[in-house]
Design a protein around this ligand. Structure first.
Ligand code: NAD
Ligand code: MG
Length: 299
């Protein structure tokens, strides 16, 4: 986004970023950032770091684009060393993120691969630990969303893909990482407003997001036994490649974000600060919670 609003200036949030209508813009899943119109804002020109994550080591799944990309930029500018996972077909987004972060003197380790595979998830945690020299923050953000009008249109293949990516990978990654995360470290999951108010055409997706809430709350009770906190973020409608690449029908892209009180979708730059807060000691007394970032649409 060329004219990025200053995130730090007090202003009316309703007019801070673009509102619908948006052009129809179908693309294949997983989508690419550069094919979006307008291009999302990930804080490239606006996010200011304050050294809040100096020395931390973070792994972010789905870190190439959207919410994960904005989080990677924020973490790097706060002084963290960052590793991202993404699908090999998203190398273009991962490369441009590496160019940005490395160009600023930060660290971005790229670890592509498919999270639907348990052994890959285990290896990913091991590779991130090895490349970063440890692991303090695990952001489980990758997700798959494919809208279908009817349950009759959802194939077993789609149902598997949605559950493997959104739920099983969270289980595999958490299980592999937890023994290695030191006290003070955190796991941050990504659910959705869909976990509270499911849309009819997101049956499989919404039910994974509901599962993520339960998993977060139960795991938080276990993890605190070793001083690790577990929380989740629940985004409302965000302007990311997930949506035009099959996450919504194209009709809904034209009006995307119109339904929330702020009347527009969120931009990834607007959610990254929540991930920073949950990763640092500033949120030290918070575990097992879900933070809504929804444009005023209560969870
Ligand atoms: P995005 O497309 O930019 O990010 C999703 C990422 O998931 C992709 O970049 C991809 O790398 C990754 N991914 C998908 N399948 C994968 C697989 N099998 N293996 C490895 N990686 C895989 O979109 P986003 O909106 O930033 O999504 C991030 C998270 O936010 C998701 O969990 C999504 O459900 C959640 N969310 C998004 C919205 C929204 O409106 N955009 C709303 C609520 C929740
Ligand atoms: Mg992507």
């Amino acid at each position: 986004m060329s004219d990025t609003p200053n995130q730090y200036a007090m202003q009316d949030p309703r007019s801070q970023y673009p509102s619908p209508p948006f052009p129809r813009q179908p693309q294949e899943a997983p989508g690419l950032t550069t094919k979006m119109e307008p291009e999302p804002d990930h804080g490239e020109t606006s996010y200011r770091g304050f050294g809040r994550m100096e020395g931390r080591k973070a792994l972010i799944t789905g870190g190439d684009s959207g919410i994960g990309r904005a989080t990677a930029i924020a973490y790097a500018r706060e002084g963290a060393a960052v590793a991202i996972n993404y699908l090999p077909s998203e190398e273009k987004d991962a490369q441009s993120l590496a160019d940005l972060i490395e160009g600023e003197g930060g660290t971005l380790v790229r670890l592509p691969g498919d999270l639907q595979d348990e052994s890959f998830c285990v290896q990913l945690v091991e590779d991130a630990r090895e490349k970063l020299g440890g692991l303090d923050v695990l952001v489980i953000n990758a997700g798959n969303q494919t809208a279908q009008e009817s349950i009759q249109d959802i194939t077993t293949e789609q149902f598997d893909r949605t559950y493997k990516t959104n739920v099983y990978a969270m289980f595999w990654l958490s299980k592999a990482a937890l023994p290695h995360i030191p006290a003070g470290g955190t796991i941050i999951n990504v659910t959705s407003v869909q976990g509270y108010k499911p849309s009819a055409n997101l049956l499989d997706y919404a039910s994974t997001k509901w599962a993520i809430i339960g998993f977060t709350k139960a795991l938080a009770k276990q993890a605190i036994e070793s001083g690790v906190r577990v929380n989740a973020v629940a985004p409302g409608p965000f302007w990311t490649p997930l949506q035009p690449s099959g996450g919504q029908p194209q009709d809904s892209i034209e009006t995307f974000g119109e339904q929330v009180p702020m009347g527009r979708p969120g931009q990834p730059a607007e959610i990254a600060p929540t991930f920073v807060f949950l990763a640092t000691q500033e949120s030290g007394y918070i575990s097992g919670e879900v933070f809504g970032v929804t444009g005023g649409d209560p969870t």
